[in-house]
Write a protein that binds this ligand. Structure first.
Ligand SMILES: [Zn+2]
Length: 206
């Protein structure tokens, strides 16, 4: 039996209701009691997780998809300036005076579902730079979350660098570190537009 494909009991640990999940899901949300869990492979158990939903009144949302919210502290170790500062996600984390900055804080928002890498990169950048207003937990399904915390951290690193890729000279001399805080699950609204699935906030196709 391959790791990651074991069957896990999907009765909600809090209320006992059956939790709907796709076969490869590693995050779960109980629509009955509105508690979230992630599957911890090491313990082979469901670990409780905080959950939030993007508030979007006045929009007919078709479905919600799961994102990870990863609080992050970035520390710059080496950055030999070669003409200009960062323009992508790194500039967001470093804040105003980049040359003087030794790091910064923020919260990465990373899709937990599968999507093409360019779409993932765009989603990470937009939702990280401007997290929409969060509202109450909804009784909506959060399906398709097949990437765990470790994957989400790798995608955060990837998006951070990919958003700066126009400046390869800078990147060669970049050494940094990210310390991640406690992950949360985020429900993001999606709608169909011209037969394509897009997120309801930034209209990013995925
Ligand atoms: Zn429950």
């Amino acid at each position: 039996m391959r790791a990651g494909y074991e069957l896990v009991p999907l009765d909600c640990p809090s209320c006992g209701a059956a939790v709907k999940a796709d076969g490869e899901d590693v995050v779960y949300y109980c629509t009955a009691c509105r508690n979230g869990y992630r599957f911890a492979a090491a313990e082979k158990s469901l670990v409780p997780m905080e959950v939030a939903f993007v508030a979007l009144p006045n929009v007919a949302v078709e479905l919600y998809r799961p994102f990870w919210l990863l609080p992050a502290t970035i520390t710059m170790h080496q950055r030999d300036a070669t003409g200009g500062g960062f323009r992508g996600l790194m500039s967001f984390f470093l804040g105003g005076d980049q040359q003087e900055s030794s790091g910064g804080r923020g919260t990465f928002a990373v899709p937990a579902f599968h999507a093409p890498l360019p779409a993932v990169t765009t989603l990470v950048r937009r939702y990280t730079e401007k997290l929409p207003e969060l509202g109450e937990k909804l009784g909506e399904r959060l399906l398709g979350g097949r990437y765990g915390v470790g994957d989400a951290k790798k995608l955060a690193h990837y998006a951070l660098i990919a958003s700066e890729v126009e400046r390869p000279d800078t990147l060669k001399q970049l050494r940094y570190e990210i310390e991640f805080g406690k992950p949360r699950l985020l429900g993001v609204p999606f709608v169909h537009r011209d037969a394509k699935l897009v997120d309801a906030i930034f209209d990013i196709e995925c």
